[in-house]
Design a protein around this ligand. Structure first.
Ligand SMILES: NC(=O)c1ccc[n+]([C@@H]2O[C@H](COP(=O)([O-])OP(=O)(O)OC[C@H]3O[C@@H](n4cnc5c(N)ncnc54)[C@H](OP(=O)(O)O)[C@@H]3O)[C@@H](O)[C@H]2O)c1
Length: 261
């Protein structure tokens, strides 16, 4: 099936590793032109070289970052057709440990950065009569996680509401805004040294392998997802195939969110 992504100009934030890199790789395989965004320049440059993509190093939470990222995409490719708001951060923190600064950090990253990027990109897409936005939220946005920081779950829920608001605003102008709500996926966020597996292992006094096995076993499919399993659904929503989908919050969680809607 042709996804209709050939030549499309795409921005993927958080694209130097994990789910974002997997999304960018699939977009490139579909013939799209992709701008990778993340803070760490070395990993970003390596990813861009591997994929033959463009890159722009930025912290998406900077107040001017969104305009600069969209401008970089237009400089590189002449337009912006697809935006994937994927940059995000999860940590293990108890509710009563969370500081105001951590709540603010998660709000700035999951909500304000996504909002500013959509505010910059959607009017340009609407002017062209075609656009796609995918906001990478989380199953924790549909049902607060008992494992991850509550600031993560609450701001991921807000990201879902934000996605719906932009979907309604731009649906009639050819711009499809949707979200995905992944469950546990084996990205660097989980597996890198100091990542979620190590943080949980320290708290529980078990090995990181035991953590990964136990957490993966909580998914109805019996295992954690591979990042490509999440990326494939994101890319469908970036594509021509999603012409009839607007305002969705598509669970890609191995069945973890126990709801029929
Ligand atoms: N993996 C899962 O189990 C899972 C489940 C549900 C939802 N998600 C969501 O999926 C998305 C990707 O998660 P992941 O697990 O693939 O993460 P990851 O492996 O930790 O990668 C995160 C990416 O985001 C970038 N990033 C982080 N903060 C940034 C900032 N302020 N500005 C620009 N880039 C930033 C990182 O690069 P730099 O650090 O160099 O900036 C990196 O490229 C996140 O939104 C996450 O909440 C993940």
């Amino acid at each position: 099936m042709d996804l209709g992504l050939q030549g499309r100009a795409c921005i993927v934030t958080g694209a130097s590793k994990g789910i974002g890199l997997a999304i960018a790789r699939l977009l490139v395989q579909e013939g799209a032109r992709v701008l990778l965004v993340a803070r760490g320049e070395a990993a970003l440059r390596a990813a861009a070289e591997e994929l033959g993509a463009a890159w722009h190093a930025a912290d998406v939470t900077g107040p001017q970052a969104a305009e600069a990222i969209v401008a970089a995409c237009e400089r590189a490719f002449g337009s912006v057709d697809v935006l994937v708001n994927n940059a995000g951060l999860a940590e293990i923190r108890d509710l009563d440990e969370l500081t105001d600064a951590e709540w603010q950090r998660d709000w700035d990253l999951h909500v304000m950065a996504s909002m500013r990027l959509m505010r910059a990109a959607c009017p340009r897409m609407a002017a062209n009569g075609w656009g796609r936005v995918v906001n990478v939220s989380s199953s924790s946005g549909k049902r607060p996680s008992g494992t991850l920081a509550m600031s993560y779950s609450v701001t991921k829920a807000a990201q879902l509401a934000l996605s719906r608001a932009f979907a309604d605003r731009y649906a009639a102008q050819g711009v499809r805004v949707n979200a995905i709500a992944p469950g546990m996926a084996l990205s660097e966020g989980w597996t890198a040294p100091g990542g979620l597996a190590d943080q949980l292992a320290r708290r529980r006094g078990v090995s990181r392998e035991e953590v990964l096995r136990a957490q993966g076993g909580r998914l109805p499919i019996g295992r954690a997802l591979e990042v490509d399993e999440v990326a494939r659904i994101a890319v469908v929503l970036c594509s021509e195939l999603a012409s009839g989908v607007a305002g969705a919050a598509w669970s890609v969680d191995g069945g973890v969110h126990a709801s029929i809607v």
